[in-house]
Design a protein around this ligand. Structure first.
Ligand SMILES: Nc1ncnc2c1ncn2[C@@H]1O[C@H](COP(=O)(O)OP(=O)(O)O)[C@@H](O)[C@H]1O
Ligand SMILES: CC(=O)N[C@@H](CCC(=O)OP(=O)(O)O)C(=O)O
Length: 279
C-alpha cells in the first residue's frame, strides 16, 4: 500500500473497487423505480457512494409555489427563493427518503450535503452575461477524499445530494452529475473507481425515442460527431462532458445506462453506454 500526500491529510491508498453511482431526477420521481434501484444498489458488493439529483421534483415544487424554474445549459438559475426550495427538496425530502430506504434494505447509508464534514466545498459561480445565483462550481481541491475514505472505512455508505457550501456559511446548488464526476476523480487516487450515471433511458441513444438504438461505446471523436449531428443534446451534453472529464482524469470506467439495469453489475455484466478514452 502506498502513502498518498493529500493536501488536507495523509491517507493510505486502498485500491479496492469503488462504485460511484449517480441517480437522476426522473427515476427519483417514480417511487417504484427508485425502490428497485436502491435494492439493486444494496446488492452491489464493495465500496459505494450514491449521488442523487432531484431536479424534476424541485421544478414541480417551484411551480406549485408560483416560482418560475429557470434552466440555462442544464444548470438551474438559483436565486435565494430557489436555493431554499432545492435545499429542502434535495437535502431534506429526497436525501432522507433515500437514506431511510437504504437502511431498510440493509445499507448503512449516511445522507450528506457537501457542507456535512466539509466534504465538498465549492465557489459561487462568477456573474458573467448570466447570473446563475447560488450555484457552486467545483475545482480540484473541492473534495476531501481522505475523510470520505474514513467514513467508508468506518462502514458507512455516503449518499450525497446536490447541495454544497463555500466554507463561509453559504449553501450552494451544484449539478449532481458534476458532483459524481468530481468525487470519482478525487477518489480514483485511492480506489479503482467506476462512475455510473443511471437515468431513465438505456444509455446514449441514436434516436432518443427508440430504446433499442443504444450506442454501446463512445470515444471523444464519436462524441464530437454525435453533437454535430444533434443526436446528443440537452441534459446529455453536461452528463457526457462530466463523464469524459472523469475518464481522462484516472477513473477506470464510466457507464451511462438505465437505472433498472444496475443489477447487471452484481452479475459481472455490463450495460448501457461505455466511454472509451483513446485520447
Ligand atoms: N442521444 C441521447 N440519448 C439519450 N438521452 C438523451 C440524448 N440526447 C439528449 N438526451 C436527453 O438527456 C436526458 C438526460 O439528461 P438529464 O435529464 O440531465 O439526466 P438526469 O435525469 O440523469 O439528470 C434524457 O432524459 C434525454 O432527454
Ligand atoms: C446547479 C444545478 O443545476 N443543480 C441541479 C441539481 C440537481 C440535479 O442535478 O438533479 P438531476 O440530476 O435530477 O438533474 C438542479 O438544481 O437541477
Amino acid at each position: 500500500m502506498d502513502k498518498i500526500n493529500n493536501d488536507r491529510q495523509d491517507i493510505i491508498e486502498d485500491k479496492s473497487d469503488l462504485y460511484i453511482i449517480k441517480i437522476g431526477g426522473n427515476v427519483i420521481d417514480n417511487s417504484e423505480n427508485l425502490h428497485n434501484f436502491l435494492k439493486d444498489f444494496t446488492a452491489l458488493k464493495g465500496y459505494k457512494i450514491l449521488v442523487h439529483g432531484g431536479g424534476k421534483v424541485a421544478t414541480q415544487l417551484s411551480e406549485t409555489l408560483g416560482i418560475e424554474a429557470k434552466m440555462v445549459d442544464g444548470r438551474r438559475i438559483t436565486d435565494i427563493e430557489t436555493l431554499r426550495i432545492v435545499t429542502m427538496v434535495y437535502g431534506g425530502l429526497i436525501n432522507k427518503n433515500i437514506v431511510a430506504q437504504l437502511q431498510q434494505f440493509g445499507t448503512n447509508a449516511i445522507g450528506l450535503t457537501g457542507a456535512d464534514g466539509n466534504f465538498i466545498r465549492t465557489k459561487k459561480r462568477p456573474v458573467t452575461t448570466i447570473d446563475y445565483g447560488f450555484v457552486g462550481d467545483m475545482d480540484e481541491r473541492s473534495i476531501d477524499a481522505a475523510n470520505i475514505k474514513r467514513l467508508m472505512d468506518a462502514g458507512f455508505t455516503p449518499a450525497f445530494c446536490a447541495i454544497t457550501h463555500n466554507g463561509e456559511g453559504q449553501l450552494l446548488n451544484t449539478n449532481a452529475d458534476t458532483i459524481a464526476s468530481a468525487l470519482a476523480v478525487a477518489l480514483s487516487k485511492l480506489y479503482n473507481t467506476t462512475l455510473i450515471y443511471c437515468f431513465e433511458k438505456q444509455g446514449v441513444l441514436k434516436d432518443i425515442n427508440d430504446e433499442s438504438s443504444l450506442i454501446e461505446e463512445i470515444d471523444p471523436k464519436r462524441y464530437e460527431e454525435l453533437k454535430e449531428q444533434q443526436i446528443i443534446h440537452s441534459g446529455m451534453l453536461p452528463k457526457l462532458d462530466n463523464a469524459f472529464t472523469a475518464i481522462a482524469c484516472g477513473v477506470k470506467a464510466v457507464i451511462i445506462g438505465h437505472a433498472e439495469k444496475l443489477g447487471h453489475l452484481t452479475e459481472n455484466k455490463t450495460f448501457g453506454t461505455r466511454l472509451i478514452n483513446n485520447a
